[in-house]
Design a protein around this ligand. Structure first.
Ligand code: F0G
Length: 353
């Protein structure tokens, strides 16, 4: 069974009641994949599990928060939801709005979201506004719109988004029957690291786990405001999903890192592209560039001797690689070969005599 959706599964941990309409596309229940090819390759002495969030209905982790945000919006009578997005939030909002039969307006940075994500917003029927500016500019406009009665914001400044996304931590603990020792993930607007930390803490309070993981957040070097400690006016990275210079949940992310005795650091575009290729080649898991940031961070931490032997590590890979096929084709570093339709052409090309 694909799963019943995160609201039905985890309702006792979520702010819902019997009057809340459940707008779900059976999100969640994503696989936690034991990945020892990478650990063997880097001679790592730890257990690596990858939480593949690209297998959600709109192919990113955003669906966990969106099911709750849209359900609560409908419960409260909202007719229009709105969000700023680097692509995945808009794809998810568009799909859940379609399911709920309400309007969706998305504000995205012009020319800076991956093609697959644009396709999703359009095919689900969202009113799609491309801003001549970046994500941070778009979020300011959305905050402004949110002051009007007509609009319900579904960015992660909507507390239901964080509440829904915390279920990623629940699923990991349910699978491992404990918390991991370290949890790596990419950081953009900083909602997800906040959500996971909330989830782990709630599970500990409920007596379901005994310990908490260190939260290890990773930004792209050209878009690393939290690492640098100041707003980045013109963030730049090939990982368009995390091209953010002024994250909304900045303080909450810092709290998660501090309280968990974790860390936040950055990787270069080259490092995250290498990690994307490595994950695809060695584990068969295809993720978008932003999602490979956590894997690149894991490799860096291992190089620096920061992963104690015997540690259980989880890396959340946040979005599917098919979201951004152009970068994947380029990053594969191989080319297809065009040949004549005869067996000797095949064998010659394969250098088989
Ligand atoms: N990975 C992917 C694939 C994302 O789309 C995002 C954020 C992140 C990581 C970072 O997560 O913002 O919670 O720290 N995408 C947002 C969007 C900003 O609009 O789709 P975060």
């Amino acid at each position: 069974m694909r799963g019943q959706g995160i609201i039905r599964k985890y309702k006792e941990f979520l702010p819902v009641n019997e009057n809340t309409p459940i707008i779900s596309i059976n999100e969640g229940n994503t696989p936690l994949i034991y990945s020892n090819n990478i650990t063997n390759h880097i001679s790592g002495n730890f257990n690596l599990y990858i939480k593949f969030e690209g297998l959600n209905p709109t192919a990113s982790f955003k669906d966990r928060g969106m099911t709750l945000a849209v359900s609560k919006a409908v419960e409260n009578g909202a007719k229009v939801i709105v969000c700023a997005s680097t692509g995945n939030t808009s794809a998810s909002a568009a799909a859940y709005a379609a399911r709920a039969g309400i309007k969706c307006v998305v504000l995205i940075p012009e020319g800076k979201i991956a093609y697959g994500k644009m396709a999703q917003a359009l095919i689900h029927g969202a009113i799609t506004l491309e801003i001549r500016g970046n994500f941070d500019d778009a979020l300011l406009l959305v905050r402004e719109l949110g002051k009007r009665e007509e609009f319900e914001i579904v960015n992660s400044i909507n507390p239901y988004r964080i509440q829904g996304q915390k279920t990623g931590a629940f699923e990991i603990c349910d699978s491992l029957e404990s918390a991991p020792d370290m949890h790596f993930l990419p950081v953009g607007n900083a909602g997800n690291i906040t959500s996971y930390w909330m989830g782990y803490n709630e599970y500990k309070k409920a007596g379901k786990i005994k310990s908490l993981p260190k939260m290890m957040g990773w930004q792209a070097e050209g878009a690393a405001p939290i690492v640098r400690g100041h707003v980045i006016k013109n963030p730049e990275t090939i990982a368009s999903a995390i091209r953010i210079g002024n994250p909304a949940s900045w303080q909450l992310a810092n709290n998660a890192i501090k309280e968990s005795e974790g860390a936040i650091d950055s990787v270069t575009d080259e490092e995250l592209l290498d990690a994307q290729r490595m994950l695809a080649r060695m584990e068969g898991i295809f993720v978008e560039p932003a999602s490979a940031t956590g894997i690149a961070g894991l490799l860096k931490s291992n190089d620096n001797g920061q992963i104690p032997p015997g540690t259980t590590v989880v890396v959340t890979v946040t979005g599917h690689g098919l979201k951004d096929p152009e970068i994947a084709v380029e990053n594969s570093k191989v080319k297809s070969v065009v040949i004549n339709p005869d067996i000797s052409s095949v064998l010659n090309t394969l250098e088989i005599t």
